[in-house]
Design a protein around this ligand. Structure first.
Ligand code: GTP
Ligand code: MG
Length: 325
């Protein structure tokens, strides 16, 4: 699918295009769903020009639309499952983490979100008979917590290969593309860039079957502080999550996002661990998993508000060799 350039839109010259990109409007699709007011601020153009740009973008964009039930069923048939490495955790999820869905891992610091992400980056590459999808992974790392050394430990901890072959960590690392995101707009741009990368890898030996954003909310939370900016933050985050969902649909990929939440010991009733993505994340995620620490290496995963699975909990361990029961 050819991506339209911002410069092709009516009223958008190179300077305006640059400003739009810097403000997080990196694609025609993003502009198509923006409000004129947003563009006025982002690109320093007048209301009329903003309206013209949006109208042009709506015409040019592939904003999605209606799809017949049989097409949806056909796409659903392609859904693949990726093992977590823990039988308990897999069972909680109905067999593993599914492609074409967003898994939101939320929990306090040290609860294991990044550890699960590392393990999934490995497991997606495994052959199907081992619970993988023979796919590659893209990681958007906002907190600089990706560690190839940890991948090495986890690869060494995998169950033996069915063909008895020795594994080489370098082969796994080759299929993990990592980019640091320096701020929320950069993060949004990287998600768009990921789309291009996945398109290129589509017919390769290891098509992209997983995208990880760790953490999806940290930059947004740091940058948008104060009441007045909350709506704006949610809107940006919403757009970003929709980009990711689209990525999942188009590439038959799993999306994993992490979200740090803090327990509030001074709250006496209500849920003390509300995810920061709030309602937006709540609606977009197919699987919301609340992680918390237990004794030593033990971690508890709780499935929250799943549309088609019973709520429940699973205990697993984060060991030196990776995720185990
Ligand atoms: P934040 O990103 O700070 O919100 O936390 P997180 O949820 O991503 O936590 P993370 O996944 O980084 O978990 C850190 C915990 O994982 C550590 O406290 C350890 O218990 C465990 N862990 C990390 N590395 C190793 C390792 O090499 N071996 C073992 N056994 N455990 C590890
Ligand atoms: Mg982390």
């Amino acid at each position: 699918m050819p991506t339209k350039l911002l410069e092709d839109l009516p009223g958008v010259g190179p300077a305006t295009a640059e400003k739009l990109r810097e403000a997080g409007f990196g694609s025609v699709e993003a502009i198509a769903v923006a409000s004129p007011g947003e563009l006025v601020t982002a690109a320093e153009v007048g209301e009329a020009t903003a309206a013209k740009i949006i109208a042009g973008a709506r015409e040019a964009a592939d904003v999605g639309g209606f799809e017949t039930g049989d097409r949806i069923l056909e796409r659903r048939r392609l859904v693949g499952k990726i093992t977590t490495g823990s039988k308990n955790f897999n069972e909680l999820l109905g067999g593993g983490m599914e492609t074409q869905s967003i898994v939101e891992l939320y929990g306090e610091f040290g609860s294991g979100k990044t550890q699960v992400a590392h393990q999934m980056a490995i497991n997606v590459q495994l052959p199907t008979e081992m619970g993988g999808l023979h796919g590659s992974v893209i990681i958007i790392d906002t907190e600089n917590t990706f560690r190839p050394e940890r991948i090495d430990q986890m690869v060494k901890g995998l169950p033996p290969a069915p063909d008895g072959q020795e594994r080489d960590t370098a082969d796994f690392l080759k299929n993990i593309s990592v980019a640091r995101a320096f701020n929320s707009n950069h993060q949004i741009l990287l998600a768009e860039k990921a789309m291009e990368m996945a398109e290129k890898a589509k017919d390769s030996e290891y098509p992209v079957r997983l995208i990880i954003v760790d953490s999806v909310t940290a930059h947004f939370r740091a940058e948008y502080v104060g009441r007045g900016t909350l709506a704006n933050r949610q809107q940006k985050l919403n757009k970003h999550l929709h980009d990711l969902m689209r990525f999942g649909d188009l590439n038959n990929a799993l999306i994993i996002v992490t979200n740090q939440v803090m327990s509030k010991p001074d709250t006496f009733f209500g849920d003390p661990t509300k995810p920061v993505g709030g309602h937006v994340l709540g609606h977009t995620s197919t699987f919301r998993i609340y992680l918390r620490k237990s004794k030593g290496e033990k971690r508890i995963a709780r499935l929250v508000d799943s549309p088609n699975l019973p709520d429940g909990e699973a205990v697993f361990s984060v060991t030196m060799e990776g995720l185990k029961d």
